[in-house]
Design a protein around this ligand. Structure first.
Ligand code: FE2
Ligand code: FE2
Length: 267
């Protein structure tokens, strides 16, 4: 896979549909980029996909919901792979408000987001979406300080943003379909890329953040960068725990990049 590719719509977990795409990471594999529609009484879209895939993303989304019915657009954080289609969705979804934090709001102001479309929610607070509450939480790892995750109190599904993501060799329908060694290696490598601060974090404080996730006992984990992981919570927690002591990621420098390009026949 050499270019960003929209796979389509998949059943993510209870009450939840995934909008699945993949993004190539040169020389490292592919990274899933998922958005999710929670079919609550007040529908919630979690993240907005890649701007490079605007047409297929919007077309798939329109088959799932009349965007005038969308009430909430929960932006886990403001990275390009999460807010790629924010503005076109807001234009078609006049009744949707963007759930974010104060810092997220500040960063999005750079993109002309109207402040009256924002709803500020901090970790520990809950959003009432008619038939359930969504608990806002801080995932154990993240690459942007405004990041929030979601625990759906009705389905007990955890939306973990970047946390628990994995570099992959090929697309998979579920995390359970990935070979065990590949899943461990993919999660550890991604975690060292996404959370370079982890190597300097206080180990015991950080381990407590894993215990809080374990304590929620999620039925499944829907990560922006991993196929649906149902019943794999303990495995994924072990993998990101081992990332704590893994070698911090250092990407190729120019000489290494040119060597990789020669090796792949592209240089
Ligand atoms: Fe991110
Ligand atoms: Fe991301």
């Amino acid at each position: 896979m050499d270019v960003p590719t929209m796979i389509g719509i998949r059943s993510g977990a209870a009450d939840t549909t995934s909008l699945v795409s993949y993004f190539p990471i040169p020389f490292y594999g592919i990274l899933p980029v998922n958005a999710f529609l929670i079919r609550a009484a007040q529908p919630v879209l979690v993240d907005t996909g890649l701007g490079a895939l605007r047409d297929p993303f919007m077309n798939n989304l329109r088959t799932l919901i009349d965007l005038r019915d969308l009430r909430w657009l929960w932006l886990t954080h403001t990275d390009a792979d999460h807010m790629g289609n924010l503005l076109p969705i807001l234009a078609e979804a006049p009744n949707a408000r963007v759930v974010t934090t104060f810092l997220g709001m500040g960063k999005m102001a750079l993109h002309q987001l109207p402040l009256d479309r924002v709803y500020l929610l901090n970790p520990g607070q809950r959003l009432d979406v008619g038939d359930r509450e969504l608990l806002c939480l801080k995932p154990p790892t993240f690459d942007a300080p405004e990041t929030t995750g979601i625990f759906d109190t009705a389905t007990r599904v955890l939306f973990s943003a970047d946390c628990f993501g994995a570099l992959m060799k090929e697309p998979a329908e579920s995390a359970a379909d990935i070979a065990a060694d590949d899943l461990r290696e993919g999660v550890v490598t991604w975690t060292t890329i996404d959370a370079p601060w982890l190597a300097t974090a206080d180990k015991y404080q950080w381990i407590r953040s894993l215990d809080r996730i374990r304590g929620l006992d999620p039925t499944g984990i829907l990560c922006s960068h991993l196929p649906p992981a149902i019943g794999l919570t303990d495995t994924l927690l072990l993998h990101i725990a081992s990332a704590y002591s893994a070698m911090p990621f250092s990407g190729p420098d120019q000489a290494a990049l040119e060597g990789l390009m020669k090796g792949s026949g592209s240089g």
